[in-house]
Design a protein around this ligand. Structure first.
Ligand code: NI
Length: 141
């Protein structure tokens, strides 16, 4: 038995960022935006404390015993996500959300694409993003 190749293991790294956003569809009237998005359509924005769980799944490397070095994973998340999003206004400061609504669903998809480009292709990647302690999304499922 090759021990290192016998187990697929998930490594999870948790990170955190604070951001402001506003949910708004430019092609709708103010009334429709208010009726669909409610408080989340507040013109002066509002903030969330986002909790991010990044799950990397793969086989342990025979020599290191790691699926991925968590220091390397943490650095990737810092560079690609936290430095871009933390203490930012997602609508105004982050290009990805110039034309798409910064819902927690869309933020998770953007984060996945940013991290996917930096994590070795043989490793699976899954994102869980909490907008509140009671609301979170998973991507991809
Ligand atoms: Ni919100």
């Amino acid at each position: 038995m090759n021990f290192s190749e016998d187990f697929k293991t998930a490594v999870v790294r948790c990170e955190h960022f604070n951001s402001a956003h506003r949910l708004h569809n430019k092609s709708w009237s103010d009334e429709k935006n208010k009726s669909v998005f409610g408080k989340c359509n507040n013109p002066n924005y509002h903030g969330h404390n986002y909790d991010l769980e990044v799950k990397v799944i793969g086989y342990c490397d025979a020599e290191t015993g790691y699926v991925i070095d968590t220091k390397i994973l943490s650095d990737i998340i810092q560079d690609e996500v936290v430095n871009r999003f933390d203490h930012k206004n997602l609508n105004l400061d982050v290009d990805f959300f110039k034309d798409i609504n910064p819902t927690v669903e869309n933020i998770a998809r953007v984060i996945y694409n940013l991290l996917r480009a930096k994590i070795a292709p043989h490793l699976e990647l899954k994102i869980k993003l909490y907008e509140t302690s009671r609301n979170f999304v998973e991507y991809p499922i």
